[in-house]
Write a protein that binds this ligand. Structure first.
Ligand code: SAM
Length: 256
């Protein structure tokens, strides 16, 4: 693989950026454009609910300074191990804390980029978390927000024959399907955008993530991974494909 020196860190990193499979390609494509836009600058990144570092560690490998706030000590221990294995422990800071209390954990206007992936579905107060993200961002900084898409959840329950669960997901105000549902809420593109705008963020891009990756039989996905990846990228910005993806990715910016 072609390698290039990252001007921020002096480290050799893959010229094409972090590796991306079909389940994350659309998100990395957006993030890569933002990193390229800031080329040469080591960014201060905050990953809210960053878990074991699937995004945090590659960003640190690309020379950026990443703080992960997560409620789970086990996830943070795995994050520390992964960062150490990849030689970037000094650029990854793990903070155990509740996303709902983010405002008290992070210095205002300190982050160039905030990730909040698959977290707003489970916190107590998503509007409060998004407001805290807006406060943590420096003016001109960007937020990468990934949420569960209600439409995909409805379709997948119907395809599995769980019509009662599909009906609950369809009609519940929050897209929640009762006490056995592991998510507290799901979004559509307009609802997620409105949430970000309520925190003063300007939504620049909305993509579907895992448009096809969850639909295709495993054997077909494994037969031609590059073709699936290309298809995911091609469909991610195009309604109606975008709107039936398993997740919705919104890229938003705090006005400068
Ligand atoms: C589905 S995982 C997503 C992990 C990572 N963001 C990703 O996309 O791979 C959700 C993460 O959010 C964390 N989490 C759940 N509730 C949280 C809360 N209230 N505050 C902070 N982190 C939380 C979990 O510990 C877990 O690591």
């Amino acid at each position: 693989m072609e390698r290039t020196e990252n001007r921020a860190s002096g480290r050799q990193v893959p010229a094409s950026g972090p590796p991306a499979g079909p389940r994350t390609a659309a998100v990395w494509a957006v993030l890569r454009r933002e990193l390229d836009r800031q080329a040469g600058r080591a960014l201060t990144v905050l990953d809210v609910g960053g878990g074991t570092g699937g995004f945090a560690v590659p960003l640190a490998e690309a020379g950026h300074q990443v703080t992960v706030v997560d409620a789970s000590p086990d996830a943070l221990a795995a994050l520390d191990r992964r960062a150490a294995e990849r030689g970037v422990a000094e650029r990854v800071r793990a903070v155990q804390g509740d996303g709902d209390a983010l405002a008290g954990l992070i210095e205002p206007a300190s982050a160039d980029l905030v990730l909040c992936h698959a977290v707003l579905e489970v916190v107590d107060d998503p509007a409060g978390v998004v407001a805290a993200i807006g406060t943590a961002l420096r003016p001109g900084g960007a937020a990468s927000v990934l949420v569960a898409n209600r439409a995909a959840a409805v379709l997948s329950r119907v395809m599995n024959g769980h019509l009662d669960v599909a009906a609950a997901l369809l009609t519940d105000p929050d897209g929640h399907a009762g006490s056995r549902d592991t998510l507290r809420r799901r979004y559509d593109a307009d609802g997620a955008a409105a949430l970000l705008r309520s925190a003063g963020l300007e939504v620049e891009q909305t993509h579907g993530v895992r448009v096809f990756a969850d639909l295709i039989p495993a054997v077909a996905a494994e037969a031609d991974p590059p073709a699936l990846l290309d298809l995911e990228l091609a469909a991610s910005a195009q309604p109606p494909y975008r709107d039936i993806a398993a997740q919705l990715h919104l890229f938003a910016r705090r006005p400068a």
